[in-house]
Design a protein around this ligand. Sequence first.
Ligand SMILES: [Fe+2]
Length: 340
Amino acid sequence: MTRITNIPNLEGYGVFVDDIDFKNLSRQEWMDLGKLHMKKLVMIIRKTGLDKRSFHQVIKKWGKSRQNYAATLFTKYPWAEGNFRNILTSPDVDKHDKDIIREYWKIGGCNYKQGNILRVAEENGLFGSGELLWHSNESGDIAFTPGVALMGERGMCNSATGFMVTTPYYYSVSDSIRSELDEMILTHDFQTGKINVEDENLFLYKNMCPEPTEIPLVIQSPAGIKGLHYPYNTVTGSNNNRLLAEVKKGLEKYTYDYWWENDDDLLIFDNSIVQHRRLGHTKDRLCHRYQFDYTYLQYKVTKQNYIPYFQEPYRSRYVDKMNLIGNMLKHEGISFPVFV
Ligand SMILES: [Fe+2]
């Protein structure tokens, strides 16, 4: 019988799932777990018995794989028609862009049929070695991908993946501070050394913040949970820096570092209002990352498309970017909700 218990410190925004039997799990039970994940933001499923292949089979039932990097690239080179090879073989593309594609290829990108699952590892992987500071993925992209799943394979148990939730802080402050938070707009830009101090990927640059951007601090998660989009890796400032420094202090206690207990644990977490980090050792460590939209759960939970923002012009900018992403990825046979 599957057991569900709260993760310490996250104030109800995180659950452990134990004793799950994937071999006998019905589709309905798995989708119900997906809905629970959306409401809980962080889900740690211990001892899954899954491997990379079966991980892909189950996680793709929750949503489609998405990497905004590909959309940005194919917007720049529309003539490539979604084919990386066309860009790599073109004499008109500069070496820098080709290097990034080669790197992306090496870590497992460019393969939508197999879910575009990226290797996170020292060898031929993303974020090779060392600790990773607090961050979220695609954090300085107004249309960041909202979900991340990490499936361990080997060498996981000397490392921790940490989570920081922001919703309890948002509701802990006074009404007047909360309305100040609602008004805050943060500026984002790529900043060297803000995630992985030891060895950064070229790919990372494009992925985290393709261009300097402004994004509201208070947004909602796909399930409609209000919280803060305050990723330390790309935020450079705001219209209220004094309050922003207070927020950073206030968030410290809503964190939990999960020291991996089994190589086949599966961690699934929100990437909109939750930050994550890595501690410990990475020698011979290999895990697989699936970054995704809640394509098949979204409507079941909220009966509407996901728009993170409450105010203009950010809602419109988001919709425009999502339509662009949807358009670009049609080449790959991928489709997203179309916004009108
Ligand atoms: Fe990450």
